[in-house]
Design a protein around this ligand. Sequence first.
Ligand SMILES: NC(=O)c1ccc[n+]([C@@H]2O[C@H](COP(=O)([O-])OP(=O)(O)OC[C@H]3O[C@@H](n4cnc5c(N)ncnc54)[C@H](OP(=O)(O)O)[C@@H]3O)[C@@H](O)[C@H]2O)c1
Length: 325
Amino acid sequence: MRISQTVDWAMDKSVVLGYSRIGPVLRQAWWPADAKPNALAGRHVVVTGASGGLGAGIAAGCARLGATVHLVGRDKDRLDESARTIRSSVAPATDLVTEVCDISDLDSVRDYAADLSGRISELHGLVHNAGVLPPERRESPQGHELVYATHVLGPSLLTHLLRPVLAADGDARVVWMSSGGMYTRPLDTTDIEATQREWSGTDAYARTKRMQVVLAQMWSDRMRVDHIAVHSMHPGWSDTPGIADALPGFHRVIRPALRTTEQGADTAVWLVSAPGGSVTAGASGVFWSDRRPRPLTYAPWQKETPGERARLWEAVGGAIGVDVA
Ligand SMILES: NC(=O)c1ccc[n+]([C@@H]2O[C@H](COP(=O)([O-])OP(=O)(O)OC[C@H]3O[C@@H](n4cnc5c(N)ncnc54)[C@H](OP(=O)(O)O)[C@@H]3O)[C@@H](O)[C@H]2O)c1
């Protein structure tokens, strides 16, 4: 093993070194090259949760590479403000489109997918970045537990509905923004919507982040035939409104070590823009952080069984009304 690989692995195992801003600062010495300037010119990229935080960082990174970026969020004013900020940092003529869709609301997702598919013929990138960690158990308009609806159901339905325009691109990339928090939970397909168990935000968050990683692999298996790559990733710990609101104690203590949104967004931008090789459909289904594949589990008890994977797929397909073999 090369020294850089050993150091990289040790940083990941230490958690703080790998997840803090030290991670990208050191790893950029050996990580794969940036995409070429204008690598995304003429391409469309959808980023959910782009009204702030990492989503705005991902949108800015893709716009800098020439993409037409579709900024998706729940509030038009917040999206427009985000677009203004991105234009002021990238270029006034940056091609940004702000689009309202509540990812937790399956009707809103259906309307958005139909509308977008009528306006564009090819979609190169779909970044499932929208995330929540609410203080108490809430439900989506269809009555699903909100964290599950936002992290799992909405993105699954959007992936399914946008599949034709993704396939038309010929080299499309779907990125699920998961979290290192997923390491704290195995795939748990019992009481998925937490109606029987005591609900906690961090538990719902970590369980659905694990589901995202497993689903990314399952979508990858199914979409490879259409030359669509599907990846999941961990952005490290980044200074965003979400972290400050949901985890104020953690944010206060660790703030000096947190990544900038640009550093946290880096791997998503790279996955969408990198040419060929490990990021394209032939090699997708991988969990990434700082431009390197990372283990899916650190302990044998975390590995799910084929039966648990099948149950997750069935539950999600049933909830979104889609039967994808
Ligand atoms: N920051 C970190 O250190 C960190 C670490 C690990 C993983 N992550 C993951 O990275 C992603 C972004 O995190 P962040 O820290 O940037 O969070 P954030 O600052 O809270 O931003 C979340 C974004 O998601 C949007 N959003 C929430 N619910 C939505 C919905 N139902 N429909 C559409 N958009 C919705 C919000 O937009 P509106 O409220 O304007 O609609 C906002 O733009 C999340 O998936 C998070 O789990 C972050």
